[in-house]
Design a protein around this ligand. Structure first.
Ligand code: ADP
Ligand code: MG
Length: 463
């Protein structure tokens, strides 16, 4: 009937607009390397901030003692303690706790957010058992993983540039986040020093390097997306400090804010962006990361419901609620292998309150999930390819058997298998058969927490 023809036409147009042929991905990757150079050349020289992390040495394996980490990044925050064994000792013991951040705190005041975090940290420290040993007279030390753009002035200080991922706490912008945390920690009567402030990508890179010497970059695909890598210090023109002894500096790219005319954007992406908390910002993030994929699907579905009456004569009211369809719902539907698409049916019923959906309508939903996740996954592969190009590891050097390992973490990568499979296949396609054999994507399960603790250890006041 006419309804179906309209529905198919909307989907077809959307699919065409989302297309990411390999040539386009190569243009995106090249634009990424161009922007990397520009961001390294001067402050404000690019959409890519290419932030200096003040991490000029990655973990060696000699780190020793009890260290804490606190990871504030998106939907959840984690606290962790780890007993490091020193040379060849590895990780002797570790414990963590994970809590969700009450949504009112994400848009409240800086004081309220940090008070809450410090209170949970204090509770966790109070549960420290005999398996963890702090030498007498020593202060506990913490690595603070903070996954928002921060302009650092040292390894243990830095001011918040802006919020992303649904956070919006105006009075925290421009403040030193370590000072904020320290004040809240003192208010709890907790004797603890923040020794390292690290982005989650930098933490993941550090954690990855601890277990694998060939790790040179880290990428997060979670609520948001970002990447960090090891740069040669003399290739950072905007760095006017002393050249580090190692000759290296870890750069936090803040690639979520990347944008390029080669990135395929649709009307749905434009309206999502306009109505977001940070319009015009984080465009790459808004089409590839977990916070937004489900929302894009919802927007297209809504249009099909309005114009092609996909779910009957009226638009189901829940379908109009922004962010009601989360990416985990989307991936559950996308992964539905039952012949009658049972999972799709029950998510449509439970989340969107649309009952008795036809198999045909369910297939439309799966098709949309596939279009949106494929575009995101292929563009994330293009980003990684651009990064590998910047490292000069997209070609094989004569007689060299160098391995390039990229540590990957984040709930999207970990749980959305259609997405991660597509990302990895696309990266292979971009690298070519031969080079792709030397490039390894390694899942770093919560490497960022361990990484922050390791960096707290290597920047301890007792060294
Ligand atoms: P964060 O990025 O908030 O630090 P995570 O790395 O744990 O935290 O990623 C959480 C994000 O991962 C969620 O916001 C969601 O978008 C995505 N995610 C979690 N579970 C799934 C899933 N089953 N399928 C798809 N995406 C998921
Ligand atoms: Mg995280």
């Amino acid at each position: 009937s006419g309804r179906w023809a309209t529905a198919m036409a909307i989907i077809k147009e959307f699919e065409e607009k989302c297309a990411t042929p390999i040539g386009k991905l190569k243009q995106v990757a090249d634009a990424m390397t161009v922007e990397m150079h520009a961001g390294l050349a001067s402050e404000g020289g690019s959409k890519l901030k290419m932030l200096i992390s003040y991490v000029d040495n990655l973990p060696t394996g000699n780190e020793k003692g009890l260290y804490y980490a606190l990871d504030l990044g998106g939907t959840n925050f984690r606290v962790l303690r780890v007993q490091l064994g020193g040379k060849d000792g590895g990780i002797i013991n570790q414990e963590f706790a994970e809590l969700s951040i009450p949504s009112d705190l994400m848009i409240g005041t800086s004081e309220a957010l940090f008070d809450y975090i410090a209170a949970e940290l204090a509770k966790f420290v109070a549960q420290e058992g005999q398996d963890f040993q702090l030498p007498p007279g020593r202060q506990r030390e913490l690595g603070f993983t903070f996954s928002f753009p921060v302009m650092q002035s040292s390894i243990d200080s830095g001011t918040l540039i802006r919020w992303t991922k649904g956070f919006s706490i105006d009075d925290a912008v421009g403040q030193d986040v370590v000072a904020e945390l320290t004040r809240a920690v003192e208010k709890q009567g907790l004797d603890m020093r923040v020794s390292a402030l690290v982005n989650d990508t930098v933490g993941t890179l550090a954690g990855g390097r601890y277990t694998n010497k060939d790790v040179v970059a880290a990428v997060i695909l979670g609520t948001g997306t970002n990447a960090a890598y090891v740069e040669r210090a003399h290739a950072i023109p905007k760095w006017h400090g002393l050249l580090p002894k190692s000759g290296e500096m870890v750069i936090n790219m803040e690639w979520g804010n990347f944008r390029s005319s080669h990135i395929p954007l649709t009307e749905y992406d434009h309206s999502l962006d306009t109505e977001s908390l940070n319009p015009g910002e984080q465009i790459f993030e808004k089409i590839i990361s977990g916070m937004y994929l489900g929302e894009i699907v919802r927007r297209v579905l809504c249009r099909i419901a309005e114009e092609a009456f996909l779910f009957g004569d009226t638009v189901p009211p829940k379908l109009k609620v922004p962010f009601i369809l989360r990416t985990p719902h989307m991936s559950a539907m996308h992964h539905d292998t039952s012949s009658d698409l049972k999972v799709v049916g029950s998510i449509l019923k439970d989340i969107l309150e649309i009952s008795n959906t036809s198999l045909k309508a369910r297939k439309v939903v799966v098709q949309l999930c596939n279009i949106v996740s494929t575009r995101g996954a292929r563009l994330s592969a293009a980003g990684i390819f651009g990064l590998i190009k910047k490292l000069g590891r997209d070609t094989l050097k004569d007689g060299e058997k160098q391995r390039t390992v990229v540590a990957l973490d984040g709930g999207l990568y970990e749980h959305y298998l259609e997405y991660s499979k597509c990302m990895e296949n696309t990266l292979k396609e971009l690298l070519g058969q031969e080079v792709s054999e030397s490039v390894i994507i390694e899942h770093s399960n919560d490497g960022s927490g361990i990484g922050a603790a390791l960096l707290a250890a290597s920047h301890s006041q007792y060294l």
